[in-house]
Structure formats: C-alpha cells, structure tokens
Design a protein around this ligand. Structure first.
Ligand code: ASP
Length: 334
C-alpha cells in the first residue's frame, strides 16, 4: 500500500505500555495464559493500513500486564505524555494498554494531561496470536478516532470494539468478551463505522486543561486503598491500613454507599487516625449520593465514580493537600 504524502496526514505518537494487545500464546486458540512479547513497533507493523491515516512515531514506555501499573508508573506515564503533547510537531497520542486497569490509567490521564490534543487509549481482550484478535482493528480505529477533529478538547478517549468512550465514564464490565467495556452512566461519545469516526456527545465534567490537578512536579502519590464492604466486615482492617501509611480509603460499600456496621466502625477509627474515607458502591452503575452519614462520620460520597476511579481522584485530591470540604467538592464536580 502507498501511504498518502505526509503533509496531509496528522503526526501522532503511538505509546506502548503492554497488555493483551501485545501478548501471544503458542496456539491460535489460546486466549489466556499469554506472555507479553510484542513491542509497539510490532503492533504498528501488523496494521500497515494505519500508514494511510497518520504518520506514527513509536514510544515504548512500559511493556507490562496492566495489573502491574503502579501509581509511580502513572506519574511517569502522565509526565511522558505531557512532554509529547507539548511538542508542536505532534498532533496527538494513541496509547496501548492492558484492559484490566485501563479505566484507572485513562481517568488519571484525563485529569492530569494539559492539552486539547486528542489522546486515545486502546487495548484488546484477545492476544495478538489469537484467531480473530481484536487488537489490530482496535488500534486502527483508535488512530482513526485520534485523527477526527471532534476528538480535540475531549479529554482522554478510549476506543474499544468500535465505540469511543470518555475516560470519565468508561468501565470494564465483562471478563472475557470483546464487548467488555461500556460507560454505564453515560453511554459512548461516538462510534467508528464504515471507516469514519463519528462523535455525538461531549463530556461536560472538568478534565485536562480545566482540571485543577497538576502532577508534573510530583515524585509520588499518597497511598489509597479500596476496601470491599460486606456483612461481617472487620473494622480492625481499617485501623491497620491507617497504621501502615494509608492516607485514604475508598469503601466499595453496599447499594447507595451504605456502610455495614463493621465498615462504619472502621471509617470512624480511620478518620481518627487522619485517613480520608470515601463511600463508593459495589453496584456498577448509578451515583452514591450525599448523606447525613457524611457529616456524622466524616465520609465523602463518591458520587458518579466507581471505587477504582474514586481511588484515583482521592489520590490526586490528597496529593493536592485538599481538606475534607474541598475533597467533597471535587467528588461532586469531577
Ligand atoms: N491481562 C491483561 C492486562 O494487561 C488483560 C488485557 O489486556 O486484556 O490488563
């Protein structure tokens, strides 16, 4: 295939971090127990059609399973992307990532990248060696989405299974299917169909240039843990977390953020030890609303964020030294 002349194609950075999209197994029917073997150059090489859409320069920042993504790696990733996005010769970034913690990384970048340029994450549920691997088309469509003028100023986007989602609302909802992702409280912002990326919506909540969070000078993030609530919760675990350097706890509580007696006792103990506690929910959709609980027990309602994303916002809020009232405000408004 002959590529279009470079003057008419956007120039994008393709940043690899690993994940199933970069993994292979011995057998084409093997969908699990894979190894991450492919670098970002190989992913690009497998889809020569991309050359017709954009000029890509490859950057391999990590090559890990996304369960290994730490808060230090998130800081490094954000720093690296901010550097790339500040370059006048680059029009945007496409980033490949594992699906397991993609929603956390995408949300972190959504709140910490200082740009209006398109940033599109993509991934795969099936390894690159699999029959009907989903990675190559996802990568192609992520580049297509990043080239669309409507992708500008949208914060971080995620392209999976032909859908374009905002990092704010996207979450993983299935363990194996290629349609694993959705945005339960908002739906996708757009679609890729017949070789065109079409956007129908924008995310109105603050992100990128409107976000108050700037991590460019930060060396570390405060430690925040998620505790899954259930009957018979041991309050003692909350105190032990506080005594082990945890600065924030997000409770994936029952229903509309209702804490079991053990968790209620736990958050009271943790609060006395200076730990900020957020009430999120075990339920996969819907907000956790403010409650009289919050004044009485010094808790903060997570509003529209699931526990794993509430953890990201709490880390950023604590890193910015926000007090309880300010934390409450950012959970209401981000
Ligand atoms: N284990 C993979 C990961 O890196 C899962 C995936 O990418 O689909 O998250």
């Amino acid at each position: 295939m002959t590529a279009k002349p470079s003057a008419s194609r956007p120039r994008l950075a393709l940043v690899g971090t690993g994940g199933t999209i970069a993994a292979t197994t011995q057998s084409s029917t093997g969908l699990t127990d894979y190894d991450i073997t492919e670098g970002v150059h190989a992913l690009l090489h497998a889809v020569p059609e991309i050359q017709d859409l954009a000029e890509l320069e490859c950057h391999q920042i990590f090559n890990v399973d996304s369960r290994a993504m730490s808060s230090l790696m998130l800081l490094e990733l954000s720093r690296k992307l901010n550097e790339l996005l500040a370059r006048p010769d680059l029009d945007g970034v496409v980033l490949t990532h594992g699906t397991d913690t993609l929603e956390e990384s995408a949300f972190f970048l959504h709140l910490t990248l200082k740009t209006r340029k398109p940033v599109v994450l993509t991934a795969a549920m099936r390894p690159a060696s699999a029959l009907s691997a989903d990675g190559p088309l996802n990568l192609h469509n992520a580049v297509l989405a990043a080239c669309a003028p409507q992708a500008q100023g949208q914060g971080v986007l995620v392209l999976l299974n032909d859908q374009i989602h905002s990092a704010r609302f996207l979450s993983k909802q299935h363990t194996t299917q290629t349609s694993a992702f959705g945005s339960p409280d908002a739906g996708p912002l757009g679609l890729v169909a017949a070789g065109q990326a079409r956007f129908a919506m924008r995310c109105l909540l603050p992100h990128t240039l409107d976000s108050r969070f700037d991590v460019r000078g930060l060396a570390a993030l405060p430690r925040v843990q998620v505790f899954y609530d259930h009957p018979d919760t041991l309050a003692e675990l909350y105190r032990s977390a506080a005594q082990n350097g945890v600065r924030g706890i997000v409770v994936a509580a029952t229903g509309n953020g209702s804490l079991t007696p053990g968790a209620l006792e736990g958050v009271s103990r943790a609060h006395r030890l200076g730990v900020a506690c957020v009430r999120a929910s075990r339920i996969h959709a819907g907000p956790v609303t403010d409650s009289a609980y919050d004044q009485d027990h010094h808790t903060i309602a997570a509003h529209w964020l699931p526990a794993q994303k509430a953890r990201i916002l709490l880390m950023l809020g604590l890193a910015a030294q926000l007090d309880e009232t300010e934390l409450q405000y950012v959970f209401q408004t981000y």
